[in-house]
Design a protein around this ligand. Structure first.
Ligand code: IMP
Length: 438
């Protein structure tokens, strides 16, 4: 009887898919509130591995799943994902899509690619899935919402108008061919019949579920440092992965959120460009990348790897109001003689404990570490007491440095390899402002 937002507390890829899949067993509804198919997570159910991009992980538990208004939706990808799940016997009948979500269309993808190429050395390292251009159109108020897409005549009118402008941009700015209206219209009309039955006023559905006292889980994509406002701008995505994004992107008020769980990998990774103070560019970084199979789910790009950085996690706690941490990939670090935790930065003679807002300042920051003993590989663990002592010391150090309790520890890819320490869905003493059960 609680609402919980799960956010990434680093640069994305923290293992939110596994965490939300695990917690979905206790949820009644799982909601995605931002991003699009730039996200990618792998969920392991028994001997099956599923690679998902759009549909919330709750689908594997047959829970009500929502793609909220804050998501940008590529209809082609949604239909592919529906087919992918159906072919594997996973029911998608409980999925609902907001009519207010905006579409990603082929010109967004083409422009994302061309703009990235044109930036050369100043590229952002986007996933080239059209995310930035789609959100830009939303802000410029020329985007096309799902509900408009489903009305053939509105879709035709808006698509025709947009293609005129986009084709001009493609030709004049990039010397690239434009898109043919009929070809795009016909292809996207063919997806519409699959999507139509799923479309609803999802803000209403979510608020009704909260009114009924159900457990609602908001599943963030990407991570805090990729947030458009609070991340390492301009090396960010175009949406709001922070917890506040759940209110806007799902249509719920902030007073309805009970807890915020920050998902943290036991080390740090980043795809794309931009500063990364605790990055390991040598053999230790490679060791972590190979051990952790740190390659992007969406693009296959190798992820940059580094030590855990608690300056970043404390910052995520500040901008998202984290109440708990979920720590993933503790198993990946097993076997190292020594592990390091970045606890502050040094910049010239300055000692920095708060994550700097300016990119130029961050670029000049050097990490200050505390060193802790590593731990050996371990087998099954049913409680914290089953972990090697050094691994427990590492967890305690993180909790203390971040001033947050660790509610959940993930020790491997499978559902069972999870230690739940705190019940994050337990009724909250602060939810007195809840509407009465109706
Ligand atoms: P975009 O979201 O494709 O526009 O990419 C903007 C930045 O966000 C790039 O640095 C991407 O690598 C990064 N990014 C987007 N989605 C993810 C994700 O799911 N995990 C990690 N990084 C991401």
């Amino acid at each position: 009887m609680s609402t919980l937002v799960v956010v990434g507390a680093q640069w994305g890829d923290e293992g939110k898919g596994k965490v939300t899949d695990y917690l979905s067993a206790r949820a009644d509804m799982v909601v995605r509130y931002q991003g699009g198919n730039n996200a990618g997570h792998t969920v392991v159910v028994g001997d099956q591995e599923y690679r998902m991009r759009l549909i919330p992980s709750g689908i594997f538990h047959r829970k009500a799943c929502v793609i909220g208004n804050g998501v940008v939706l590529d209809p082609a990808v949604l239909v592919q994902e529906l087919d992918y799940l159906t072919e594997r016997g996973v029911s998608t009948e409980h999925l609902r899509v907001s009519g207010a979500a905006h579409l990603i269309l082929p010109y967004h993808i083409r422009l994302d690619e061309l703009e990235e190429d044109r930036r050369g050395a100043l590229r952002l390292g986007t996933t080239r899935r059209g995310i930035g251009p789609a959100y830009a159109d939303k802000s410029a108020r020329i985007g096309i919402r799902v509900s408009e897409y489903l009305d053939g005549s509105i879709f035709a009118e808006k698509l025709r108008r947009n293609l005129e402008e986009k084709n001009r941009a493609l030709s004049v700015l990039h010397g690239a061919p434009g898109f043919d209206f009929d070809a795009v219209f016909d292809e996207y009309q063919a997806y519409a019949w699959r999507i139509r039955p799923l479309v609803a006023d999802t803000s209403l559905l979510i608020n009704q579920a909260i009114d009924r006292g159900e457990n609602v889980l908001f599943e963030g994509a990407q991570g805090t440092l990729l947030d458009l406002d609070h991340g390492t701008y301009p090396y960010v995505t175009s949406s709001h992965p922070v917890a506040g994004g759940a209110c806007i992107g799902a249509g719920v008020g902030p007073t309805r959120i009970d807890r915020v769980l920050g998902t943290v990998k036991a080390y740090t990774t980043r795809v794309g460009d931009g500063p990364f103070p605790s990055e390991l560019t040598g053999r230790e970084g490679e060791w972590i990348r190979e051990r952790g199979r740190e390659y992007g789910t969406v693009t296959g790009r190798p992820r940059r790897c580094g030590w855990l950085d608690t300056v970043i996690i404390r910052y995520a706690a500040r901008v998202s109001g984290l109440t708990h941490l979920a720590l993933t990939r503790l198993d990946t670090l097993a076997g190292l003689d020594r592990v390091r935790i970045c606890v502050a930065y040094r910049r010239g003679g300055e000692h920095i404990t708060d994550f700097p807002q300016e990119l130029t300042c961050l670029e000049a920051c050097e990490p200050i570490y505390v060193d802790l003993p590593g731990w050996p590989a371990f087998g099954e663990a049913d409680s914290l007491a089953d972990l090697p002592r050094e691994a427990r010391v590492y967890l305690d150090e993180i909790a203390e440095r971040c001033r947050l309790p660790i509610a959940l520890v993930s020790l491997g890819r499978e559902r069972g390899q999870t230690l739940a320490i705190t019940d994050v869905f337990a009724p909250s003493p602060t939810c007195g402002n809840r509407a009465v059960r109706i």
